[in-house]
Design a protein around this ligand. Structure first.
Ligand SMILES: [Zn+2]
Length: 405
């Protein structure tokens, strides 16, 4: 049986689940079920991203140890996916011991290969986004281009991943695999980004402690203890549940991998992650499916405005399946979509209740009235060959469209 692997991003425990998390997770669950109907052997992982300076700070504010804080938020995600009937196989947490060991071993492989070297990093750093930015990337008043907060100049000893070494290899791979990142305009965006030149990537931090520590290696002498940069840690959560660098039991699933990501984290997956995998000499993901963002009633959702949609509240009011249907139906895949109660009610009434509900009702009613709920298959094939043909074509076309989102 063909093995297929689907991943949702692991969700950052600095935030409680919102509608965007629910959307990505529903997408993964939908694709898993679709492949399962075709007899494929599926593995689907989701989980939580629990390290980093922001978590350390949030835990402090809540008077908790970082791990206790992460436990609390991680449980909320897991409970919600269970309530939403999300059929994940493994829930990975970056604080799992097996995960931390995978990250450390991967680091050593890349280090021994000469893809990781020590340097010093100075840059405009956004604490909120845990990212350094170059001068040209900054917004007004040295603000972070992603969240708008003021950045600070930070210099620290850091290990670097030689990302620039992989520029040509990345471009060659994207050109040879034009359907890797979908929809296609995202692949073009990434190609353009790589073509403008890649800087080596700082992949360790000494400014905080809440992370996977660097493995002990007598070849390395550090002034201060380093922890892994959050993205290196988080991305490896796609491999650690498969037993990477441990028993390797589920590694055969890796051969056919589909990642679902939001457009805000595409670059980390399509460039950094793919380059890490090249360095680790592992197969590359077959697909990186990229979706847009949800707005609410036409406006950007934000905690400060207080208009963030809580998926649990919507599901409690309208039912999980209605929410699932609405999210998957309303947003054209890859583009942004708008969440409004009005649109949700309209879709439920017009499509689920009137169209689907009435069709089913009539089918059942008439089957009972005229045929005593029995269908003679010979007659069906004789009298409705044309209609059956149309149904087969429709099913075939649907499959094609699902493969080429
Ligand atoms: Zn920021």
């Amino acid at each position: 049986m063909q093995k297929r692997y689907i991943t949702s991003p692991i969700y950052y425990v600095n935030d409680v689940p919102h509608i965007g998390h629910a959307y990505t997770t529903f997408l993964c669950d939908m694709l898993k079920k679709f492949y399962q109907l075709q007899g494929k052997d599926m593995l689907f992982t989701t989980g939580t991203d629990e390290h980093g300076q922001k978590i350390e700070q949030s835990a402090q504010k809540n008077a908790l140890e970082p791990k206790a804080y992460a436990d609390k938020i991680s449980a909320r995600f897991r409970e919600l996916w269970n309530e939403f009937h999300i059929d994940y196989d493994i829930f990975v947490r970056t604080t799992d011991n097996t995960h931390c060991l995978s990250v450390q071993k991967a680091f050593e492989i890349m280090y021994d290969k000469g893809d990781i070297y020590k340097g010093s990093y100075e840059g405009h750093y956004c604490i909120s986004c845990e990212s350094f930015f170059t001068q040209t990337q900054l917004g007004e008043n040295q603000s972070c281009p992603d969240c708008g907060k003021v950045t600070q100049i930070v210099e620290e000893e850091s290990y670097f991943f030689a990302l620039s070494k992989y520029q040509d290899k990345l471009l060659a791979h994207f050109r040879a695999h034009p359907n890797m990142i979908a929809p296609a305009f995202y692949q073009n965006e990434i190609i353009h980004f790589v073509e403008t030149g890649l800087n080596d990537l700082s992949i360790t931090r000494t400014s905080f402690e809440w992370g996977v520590p660097l493995p002990h290696n007598p070849k390395r002498k550090d002034d201060k203890p380093h922890v892994m940069y959050v993205w290196l840690d988080a991305l490896l959560s796609y491999l650690s549940p498969l037993g990477y660098m441990a028993d390797g039991e589920k590694m055969p699933y890796w051969e056919h991998t589909t990642h679902f990501v939001g457009k805000d984290i595409l670059r980390f997956h399509a460039v950094y992650w793919v380059a890490f995998l090249m360095s680790l000499e592992l197969p590359l993901p077959k697909h990186i499916y990229t979706h847009g963002w949800w707005t609410r009633d036409g406006a950007k959702m934000s905690k400060s405005i207080g208009n963030v949609v809580n998926p649990k509240e919507v599901a409690n009011a309208y039912g999980v399946e209605s929410l699932r249907y609405f999210l998957l139906r309303e947003m054209p895949f890859g583009q942004d979509g708008d969440f409004s109660q009005k649109a949700l009610i309209e879709r439920i009434n017009a499509e689920l209740s009137n169209d689907m509900g009435n069709l089913l009702n009539r089918l059942c009613g008439m089957s009972e009235k005229y045929f005593d709920l029995k269908i003679d298959s010979t007659d069906v094939e004789a009298y409705f060959s044309e209609e059956l043909e149309q149904i087969h074509t429709l099913a075939h076309n649907t499959q094609e469209k699902m493969y080429h989102i």
